[in-house]
Design a protein around this ligand. Structure first.
Ligand code: DGI
Ligand code: FE
Ligand code: FE
Ligand code: FE
Length: 189
């Protein structure tokens, strides 16, 4: 497929080999989860390929886009981990010409997740990023098994464990991460 090949070339140009290999593994895992959960496989493939497109951009690049696109001024108080998804989605639209809002929203939500607004495509990308075969954190096998049984239980597992780790490290929590936690913990008892 020429379109996908062109997209792969544009993405690999912006990323280190290390991160590009992660992106290709997220693509494989996202396609698998999309098939298992009745999600549009073509959208899942494109969203996975672009999800970290902006990850290696400078802070100044992000701050410029926040200003010129009149994005929420509170964004300047956060950092790369928030910007590469939310601000990255604007770069993906501007530079790659991807305008599908489902794909852009999946990118925006891939780091923190979201509450009720998280559709199945976003859920697949959020989990594929966490579970791709290069990941080797403690519990990854359990998380993969749970997600094979239920995407929603997988999301709950991820947000509980990620927040626990961030709090243990005494690092700031982006409010959207807390919203994700509350929504999925209440939903999936
Ligand atoms: O871009 P990736 O490394 O593939 O993965 P990601 O975009 O899901 O996460 C990037 C990092 O952001 C990861 O180390 C976890 C971290 N993170 C997620 N939510 C929060 C967070 N870090 C802080 N400080 N606060 C959050 O709410
Ligand atoms: Fe990311
Ligand atoms: Fe993620
Ligand atoms: Fe990623």
């Amino acid at each position: 497929n020429g379109t996908i090949t062109d997209l792969e070339a544009k993405i690999s140009e912006k990323l280190s080999d290390y991160r590009y290999q992660h992106v290709l593994r997220v693509r494989d895992y996202a396609v698998k989860l999309a098939k298992a959960n009745d999600v549009d496989v073509d959208k899942a493939e494109v969203a996975a390929l672009v999800h970290d497109y902006a990850k290696e951009r400078s802070d100044n690049d992000f701050l410029k886009v926040i200003e010129t696109q009149h994005m929420d001024p509170d964004l300047i108080n956060w950092g790369n981990y928030v910007w590469h998804g939310i601000v990255g989605a604007e770069m993906i639209r501007n530079e790659l010409g991807i305008v599908d809002e489902d794909i852009l929203t999946a990118v925006r939500q891939h780091t923190t997740g979201a509450g009720a607004s998280m559709n199945k495509l976003s859920q697949v990308i959020f989990m594929a990023d966490y579970l791709e075969l290069g990941r080797d954190f403690k519990g990854v096998e359990e998380a993969r098994t749970i997600t094979d049984q239920s995407l929603a239980q997988g999301i709950k597992y991820q947000i509980v464990h990620t927040l626990a780790r961030l709090i243990h490290k005494e690092t700031p929590i982006y409010p959207k991460s807390l919203e994700t936690y509350n929504y999925w913990v209440k939903k999936e008892k």
